[in-house]
Design a protein around this ligand. Structure first.
Ligand code: ADP
Length: 305
């Protein structure tokens, strides 16, 4: 069974900006799926179409086999959404915010109270239940957004850039929580522009760029495309010619900057050893490759060929 099935989805905003150029995408139930892409790729547009905050121009969307055009309420019930921006009433108390959401889904009051307690405990917010939303720290506000999205026990949880601007500790906590939730059977779909986040968490990854899906595969196949490293060395003394370094492609970008590209299977120490034997010393070293950018270059080249 599929958690999400999107076919030929198109959206052009009234200003003329095309955000989605006819994308198709499926996510299996139980999956932990990343929709990865740079800013402006169309990720938020896609999510807001799922919740009908934005209207699509054409295409179909099914959530757990339910077409949003045929039975939006039922489809929406299967879905929990955590948007990027905090959008709760900051003057309401934490428990009230979550309980009201349960009310929107028609959950009877007593059950809503039980569920509210359950999700607030799960997200370590129970102590704050009587505090106004505005009094919470940034991390707690994020957790509140997740608690609110889970109170109606959706089968699919979608998070839009869940860790953008979040510190490392909170990011790790959030990752752990999402992994546990996925283990209990909830399908998780997140958008991110961090390759590392998709790499850490997800089993399958689709890459979206300029409103088009340019890759949709399992994580391992995708990452296997990233099979080279490039080191940039600031040389202690200028060179006229790029030195020949065993197992590496060697290019002088200027007389004092040497770029060495080599297979990621070769240890960096081996390359440095070859430099030393040729008495080439350097004052600085950095890894050139932005892995996500490299992935984009490769995928785009692959499509063009
Ligand atoms: P992402 O979430 O991947 O950063 P978005 O879906 O926000 O991408 O944006 C996709 C494109 O649509 C961008 O070019 C953006 O400028 C444009 N866009 C997004 N929202 C609107 C809007 N409400 N009106 C007009 N253009 C928009």
């Amino acid at each position: 069974m599929l958690a999400l099935e999107i076919a030929n989805l198109k959206k052009t905003y009234t200003g003329g900006q095309t955000a989605l150029k006819g994308i198709s995408l499926t996510v299996k139930k139980g999956d932990f799926f990343a929709l990865l892409g740079p800013n402006g790729a169309g990720k938020s547009t896609l999510i807001s179409i799922l919740t009908s905050l934005t209207l699509k121009d054409s295409g179909t969307v099914k959530i757990c086999d339910i077409d949003i055009d045929k039975n939006f309420a039922e489809a929406r019930r299967r879905l929990g959404v955590v948007p990027q921006e905090f959008n709760f009433n900051i003057f309401e108390k934490v428990a009230q915010i979550v309980q009201n959401q349960a009310g929107y889904y028609g959950i009877p009051r007593r059950l809503a109270r039980e569920r509210t307690e359950m999700v607030l405990r799960q997200l370590e917010l129970w102590e704050k239940r009587n505090v106004q939303g505005r009094m919470l720290s940034g991390g707690m506000k994020r957790r509140l957004m997740i608690a609110r999205a889970l109170v109606h026990q959706p089968e699919v949880l979608i998070l839009d850039e869940p860790t953008a601007g979040v510190d490392i500790e909170l990011r790790r906590q959030m990752w752990n929580f999402l992994q546990q939730l996925n283990c209990t059977g909830t399908t998780i779909i997140l958008t991110t522009h961090y390759l590392e986040e998709a790499e850490q968490l997800c089993r399958n990854i689709a890459i979206i760029n300029q409103g088009e899906i340019i890759a949709n595969t399992d994580k391992k196949s995708l990452l296997s495309m990233l099979d080279t490293n490039t080191l940039v060395l600031e040389l202690a003394k200028p060179l006229k010619k790029a030195p020949v370094i065993q197992n590496a492609q060697s290019v002088l970008s200027d007389s004092q900057t040497l770029e060495l590209t080599f297979s990621s299977r070769i240890p960096v120490s081996k390359i440095l050893y070859h430099l030393e034997t040729q008495k080439i010393s350097f004052t600085g070293i950095r890894n050139k490759t932005n892995r996500l950018e490299e992935l984009f270059v490769r995928l785009t080249a692959k499509r063009a060929s």
